[in-house]
Design a binder for this molecule. Sequence first.
Ligand code: SAH
Length: 218
Amino acid sequence: MEYELERKKLIDSLVRRGYISKPEIIKAMMKVPRHLFVPKEIEPYAYHDCPQQIGCGQTISAPHMVGIMVEKLDLAPGQKVLEVGGGSGYHAAVVAQIVGLKGHVYSVEFVKELTKIGKENIKKCGLGEIVTMINGDGSLGLPEYAPYDRIYVTCASPDLPAPLIEQLKDKGKLLIPSGGRHYQTLVYLEKKGKKIVKKDYGGCVFVPLRGEYGFKLY
Ligand code: SAH
């Protein structure tokens, strides 16, 4: 398969540097052809461990960040997952490999044009049955399919949007980069009955969340 060696080198380095370790995650990242999720001219750089432009001023997260988030989310086959910030569809495709046909990934993307691109990318990889890409304001969650086992946000949020916490199942887990416009902390949150357990996973930088609970940029 095209770029297989580059992909293997990247995944090996993510393991070596301690970003990923679970066998199912290594397998999932090995299966997803990241070069199909970036614009044609960026294809040769798709397996470099850095974010890449995907158009409309947005980026596909660096592979190590996708790896960290997928590890921390504690995914399993059969889970129903909500992604806020679908972009290219790459992150959703990796998650889809883990939740499988008995699970589902609902991915909300704010920019119409990107939703279309993400949808096409998902289809190209044969994951259309597991991933549904929807155009809309994901800061409001996606109440029609709630509650979710897992929710993750791939853009920077000024706060922890209440609808996302509400739409999480009991024992559900949420990952969200939260903080300022230019620098955030990756926040992990677990719902335990009426209790919320929170952990911080360190600094990160994401493009801003827009919409109702996002940054007011325009
Ligand atoms: N997960 C993506 C990363 C995309 S970057 C991938 O694998 O490619 C983050 C994305 O969040 C951008 O595409 C941006 O348009 C989107 N976004 C920003 N605010 C949003 C909102 N309120 N709802 C849904 N998507 C949003």
